[in-house]
Design a protein around this ligand. Structure first.
Ligand code: FAD
Length: 440
């Protein structure tokens, strides 16, 4: 069996590694147009801020690693130009030599990922404008900062990448303004929680401009749609990503309503022996079963593993996701899982909800405030979604809530959970217990 994979970051390498674990005789080849493979995109902002000194720490595996450990050939700087699903062939260009050649497959995995969205802004192609996506983009930003020593920066977008970049540019002693087109920050938070976060950031003297878009970028300033000018020597665009679907679309692979590749729960596309996984596919919500586009590393790894398993005869199936996510911002952590209040109402639920504000630890262990917003279905009492802003232990609570929602827990179940307790970690009644008590 000959397995070809397109893309060698999270999803493609997971698919290939799982295929090899299941089948030790298949020939497996990954084509990757970039020079770097299997890197942690999630760590890139921390390299720019200096917490990670050597970028090689984010790219621990190279093609030699995959050859030695898995007998997988990873061909970097090789772009797949076309897929012919009738003759089961792909056309590849070696970007180092310009040679174009064909390769044939029995099974094909499309793991082409996503590309940052570039809004239509005058000056967006200037050399002081950056997107954060791959290792080279992080190197470029780092080099620019070291060579030009910018004093002022503007970041567009208040999603997790925008905020991670804010923190890390401030580490480089750059004065940063973050600009958000919407009237509230952070897409995954409801308005009340977004406002809470915004107030916490204002106390830290963070410059936030909401309800405005950048319309022009210059070498030393950006201009907003309200005419306001902000001093800026470097601009980071963190305005979301779009799935890379053109190659698949041209080959007749069906695209879903979110604009990403449509797959079933085995990662099979509409075309025989063509699989897709990672940031190029749409998945589905495990609460509503509706299609969603959630480009996250956690999901990319999982869907890659499922594709690799199924194409080698395995029985793994995707069970949907809650869009669980978390990011760090200075000493704070912000997490969400499941439906927001807005989404739950749009889905037609009659909801009950609470805002539970409790310390994460006892006072004598310097406990700090943790705010938990929880949303449940009034009729079934099932938990639907949770948003948390706090300092320590936010990840633990978010994961407990994600697990609860996954297994259909009801509000009344929360108090009865037997959670770990010792004063350095939590209070005797954990914030999760209190959430259930308040929601009752
Ligand atoms: P990609 O990483 O996009 O890789 C796809 C690869 O396919 C690319 O290398 C591309 O060059 C290659 N390719 C595309 N077309 C072709 C072609 N025609 N021929 C050959 N090769 C091709 N996720 C989290 O869960 N948690 C986080 O904290 C988090 N933080 C992040 C922080 C940053 C700054 C960034 C950028 C992302 C972060 N993510 C996070 C998201 C995570 O990195 C992505 O979800 C993940 O990288 C997706 O992996 P992928 O393999 O599907 O796609």
């Amino acid at each position: 069996m000959r397995i070809l994979v397109i893309g060698a970051v999270a999803a493609g390498t997971s698919a290939a590694a799982k295929a090899r674990r299941n089948n030790d005789s298949a020939k497996i080849v990954i084509y990757e147009k970039d020079g770097d493979i299997s890197y942690s995109g999630c760590g890139l902002p921390y390299y720019i801020g200096g917490e990670i000194e050597d970028i090689d720490e984010l790219t621990p595996r190279d093609p030699l690693f995959f050859k030695k450990k898995y007998d997988i050939d990873v061909l970097t700087r090789h772009e797949v130009l076309k897929i012919d699903t009738k003759s089961k062939k792909i056309i590849v260009k070696n970007l180092s030599t310009d040679e174009i050649f064909e390769d044939n497959y029995d099974k094909l995995v499309i793991a082409t990922g996503a590309t940052p969205f570039a809004p239509d802004i005058k000056g967006i192609d200037n050399d002081n404008v950056f997107f954060v996506r791959n290792v080279q983009s992080a190197r470029n930003i780092k080099n620019f900062i070291q060579e030009r020593k910018p004093k002022h920066a503007v970041i567009a977008g208040t999603g997790f990448i925008g905020f991670e970049m804010l923190e890390n540019l401030m580490e480089d002693e750059i004065n940063v303004t973050i600009v958000e087109k919407q009237n509230k920050i952070t897409p995954n938070l409801d308005e009340d929680m977004a406002l809470f976060l915004e107030n916490a950031l204002l106390k830290k003297n963070i410059n936030i401009i909401k309800g405005s878009s950048i319309v022009e970028i210059w070498e030393d300033k950006v201009i907003l749609d309200n005419g306001k000018e902000i001093e800026s020597n470097i601009v980071i665009m963190a305005t979301g990503v779009r799935p890379n679907v053109n190659l698949a679309k041209e080959a007749g692979v069906e695209i879903g309503i979110t604009g990403a590749i449509k797959v079933n729960n085995k990662m099979q596309t509409n075309i025989n022996d063509v699989y897709a996984c990672g940031d190029c596919i749409e998945t589905f919500s495990s609460i509503t079963s509706k299609p969603v586009y959630r480009p996250l590393g956690s999901t990319a790894n999982k869907t890659g593993r499922i594709a690799g398993d199924v194409l080698t005869g395995g029985s793994l199936e995707y069970r949907g996701n809650l869009g669980t996510g978390i990011f760090k911002l200075f000493d704070m952590a912000i997490a969400s899982t499941g439906l927001s209040e807005k989404e739950a109402i749009e889905e037609g639920y009659e909801i009950v909800m609470c805002h539970n504000i409790k310390p994460d630890k006892p006072d004598y262990f310097n406990g700090k405030e943790m705010v938990i917003k929880a949303i449940a279905d009034k009729k079934t009492r099932k938990l639907l979604g949770v948003q948390i802003i706090g300092y320590e232990g936010v990840d633990k609570r978010a994961d407990v809530f994600a697990t609860l929602i996954t297994y259909g827990a009801k509000v009344d179940d929360l108090f009865h959970l037997d959670l770990a307790y010792a004063p350095p970690f939590s209070t005797t009644k954990d914030p999760v217990h209190y959430t259930g008590m308040i929601l009752e």
